[in-house]
Structure formats: structure tokens, C-alpha cells
Design a protein around this ligand. Structure first.
Ligand code: ZN
Length: 171
């Protein structure tokens, strides 16, 4: 699942869990203290993640801000203005938000690889069972809080509120 989907679908909302928030936030501060920087671009570089920019402008109603797979983050630049407008923030900050979110997937992936077959964080965050859908939802929640924590005070409260609504909307 990608960042755009998370904002729209409310799927993550079905698995609202304070543990997801706590876990995502703790992973973000851990990363910050390991690399001793708060710069999202710098953090991606130090994690050895490749960041690609794509000018793909999506199809029809599908909106894709960014993706993460196998150490590569792709940012869909053509989509960023819409996000920036929705959240009422600068495009550069919107880009960093997407980057931070995808970096969250990388960090979660990395802790997963270190603990086969099933990572402890998935078990911890999903005590009620482990359907693929649930696991995706909790991962999206955790990465969401990871990103908010990483951006910290630079993300205005209005934008945070809108993002929270995206995640916690359980209807
Ligand atoms: Zn995501």
C-alpha cells in the first residue's frame, strides 16, 4: 500500500492502535539518534536508500505520491502539488512528508529482515490476528506516525489534523 492510498482509503483506520503510534514514533526517534540528523533526505542517504523522482502523473483518479520497494523510494513529483494544496504546506515539505513516510517502510522492512520468519513488531501490533490486510493496515499506521514524528514541528498543526483524520477515520 502506498501513501496516497493511506490518505484516501481509511483502511489503516480499521486498525487504530496506540501501539502503532508509539512504535512508529519510537522508530523515527531511533533513526534520528542513530544518524544524528533530522534531515529527511540525509537520513535516506545514510540508510543507503536510493531516491528516484518520477514525473509520472498517475492515471485518472489514482493518486500515488510515493512508493518503497527493495531499498528504492520513488517520489511522484507530478502528484506533489495536489498533496501540498490539500495539506496547505509548501511543496518541498509535502515532498519530505512523502519521503519520510516511504522511509518508514524501509525502516520497518529492515527490522523485518533481521527477524525472520515473522517480525516481532507485527506480532506486537497485531495481537488480534494476522490477515495480510491487517498487517498492511498496521504497517501503514506505523509508517504514518513515523513520518509525522520525523517531520516534527515543521509540519503545521492544520496539516497534522488533516493527516490524523486520514488515519483515524474509522467510518
Ligand atoms: Zn505507505
Amino acid at each position: 500500500m502506498n501513501f496516497g492510498d493511506t490518505l484516501r482509503s481509511g483502511q489503516a483506520g480499521k486498525a487504530v492502535s496506540p501501539q502503532c503510534k508509539q512504535f512508529g514514533e519510537s522508530k523515527a526517534s531511533e533513526l534520528r539518534s542513530v544518524h544524528e540528523t533530522t534531515d529527511v533526505w540525509e537520513l535516506a542517504a545514510r540508510e543507503g536508500v536510493t531516491v528516484r523522482r518520477s514525473d509520472w502523473d498517475g492515471v485518472d483518479r489514482l493518486r500515488l505520491f510515493g512508493t518503497y520497494a527493495d531499498g528504492v523510494i520513488t517520489l511522484y513529483d507530478a502528484q506533489i502539488p495536489a498533496l501540498s494544496e490539500t495539506l496547505e504546506i509548501e511543496e518541498s515539505l509535502a515532498t519530505e512528508l512523502v519521503l519520510a513516510h516511504e522511509l518508514g517502510h524501509h525502516v520497518l522492512d529492515a527490522s523485518e529482515l533481521a527477524s525472520k520468519p515473522r517480525s516481532p513488531w507485527r506480532k506486537m501490533l497485531s495481537p488480534w490476528g494476522s490477515s495480510a490486510e491487517t498487517e498492511r493496515a498496521i504497517e501503514e499506521q506505523a509508517t504514518h506516525w513515523f513520518a509525522l514524528e520525523l517531520l516534527g514541528d515543521r509540519l503545521p498543526e492544520t496539516a497534522r489534523r488533516k493527516l490524523r483524520r486520514g488515519v483515524e477515520d474509522t467510518t
